[in-house]
Design a protein around this ligand. Structure first.
Ligand code: HEM
Ligand code: HEM
Length: 307
């Protein structure tokens, strides 16, 4: 079903994405400052939803701010789901809105359990990874509500094998594995070797994916744009990763946390979320512009050529 473009809904979705970027940064600051257990209760902080300011210094201030920004995101997402339910004609996008509401609640409870279980059972790793998934869901909603996505677009058949849909999906899967390995190392569950090894794989995958997109769809502007984003972000991310590793090793014997380490590791975590979300948007662009094989077969048997 085609939808009507609502600029207000799209702008609001972009605002929610911007808020999520602030939340990813606040969360990464908690980890890099080693402030996860600075507030040891949950859902309250020091026994109250509005703890006195005098208790919120140092790590406790960082941890409590992260909780407040997260709770606000929950409210913004409920409103976003309401707007989708109220104004968008596409039944499936209403469901994406409900998934976002469920996701943010799940993420909040996981954050709480991370504290109550004293960072055991891989909970911080799960919390870090689901944060990236949440971010990708919000970026997708902003994309689905954009004028570009909603308007009529030409379609570009692709007869090659493997299909472009499989290639871009596999690329996103590899990037997610790399995020998982990064989180495992960051939260001291595994060594840095899988993450270092994964960087080579992700770099090769992005180069191959972007190259395939260029060869198969040389003239398609939207595809050229996502290729450019994928390339730039993976390059920036690798430099930031090298910086993070360097800052961890060179400041290992200094009083922690060192500002240079905080800066590198926080930005590396947040750009990791940008890269993963871009790989998801690349999938969405391909599904929007390139008919799947089943669509082509269906159109041919009906005597139609997909537009
Ligand atoms: C609801 C949306 C939330 C999102 C999107 C979110 C996101 C994040 C992110 C991105 C990190 C950084 C992970 C890393 O740097 O590896 C983080 C860390 C953390 N978050 Fe959240 N968070 C949310 C809610 C909460 C809530 C409600 C709590 C409640 C206590 C919480 C507690 C924590 C803790 C304790 C850490 C640090 C974990 C560690 O250092 O091991 N989060 N969060
Ligand atoms: C190529 C793509 C890469 C991606 C997508 C990526 C992604 C990430 C993410 C998302 C995290 C944080 C996980 C969390 O939320 O807890 C992380 C952590 C980390 N990554 Fe990467 N990374 C990449 C490449 C690299 C490279 C090339 C290096 C180093 C040579 C590197 C070094 C690190 C380090 C040291 C951490 C932990 C930061 C800390 O000590 O707190 N990464 N990575």
């Amino acid at each position: 079903m085609m939808a009507t473009y609502h600029s207000g809904v799209h702008k609001y979705a972009l605002f929610v994405v911007a808020w999520a970027v602030m939340l990813l940064t606040a969360g990464a600051l908690v980890t890099s400052n080693d402030a996860a257990l600075a507030v040891s209760d949950w859902p309250t902080s020091f026994g109250s939803f509005f703890p006195p300011l005098r208790l919120l210094h140092g790590g406790a201030g960082i941890e409590h701010s992260h909780r407040v920004i997260a709770a606000s995101l929950g409210v913004w997402i409920i409103l976003l789901a309401f707007l989708l339910w109220r104004y968008d004609e596409r039944p499936w996008i209403k469901k994406v809105g409900y998934v976002a509401v469920g996701g943010v609640i799940f993420q909040g409870v996981l954050g709480g359990q991370t504290v109550l279980q004293l960072l055991h059972y891989w909970l911080p790793v799960m919390h870090a990874c689901t944060a990236e998934i949440m971010f990708a869901i919000l970026v997708s909603i902003a994309f689905f509500t954009s004028h570009w996505y909603i308007r009529d677009l030409p379609r570009y058949p692709d007869s090659h094998s493997p299909s472009i849909h499989s290639i871009v999906t596999f690329n996103a899967f590899l990037i997610f594995l790399q995020v998982l390995a990064g989180a495992g190392f960051r939260h001291h569950y595994i060594s840095y070797v899988p993450h270092l090894f994964g960087s080579g794989i992700v770099l090769a995958s992005v180069i191959w994916t972007a190259g395939t997109l260029r060869r198969r769809f040389p003239e398609v502007k939207a595809i050229a744009r996502v290729r450019l984003f994928l390339h730039s972000l993976v390059g920036i991310q690798i430099l930031l990763g090298l910086g993070s590793l360097w800052s961890r090793f060179t400041t290992a014997n200094a009083p922690q946390p060192m500002p240079v380490m905080i800066a590198f590791t926080v930005v590396h975590t947040v750009v990791g979320a940008f890269l993963f979300a871009t790989s998801i948007v690349t999938i969405l662009v391909c599904y929007r512009l390139v008919p799947r094989k089943t669509e082509l077969i269906f159109a041919t048997t009906k005597g139609e050529v997909p537009a």
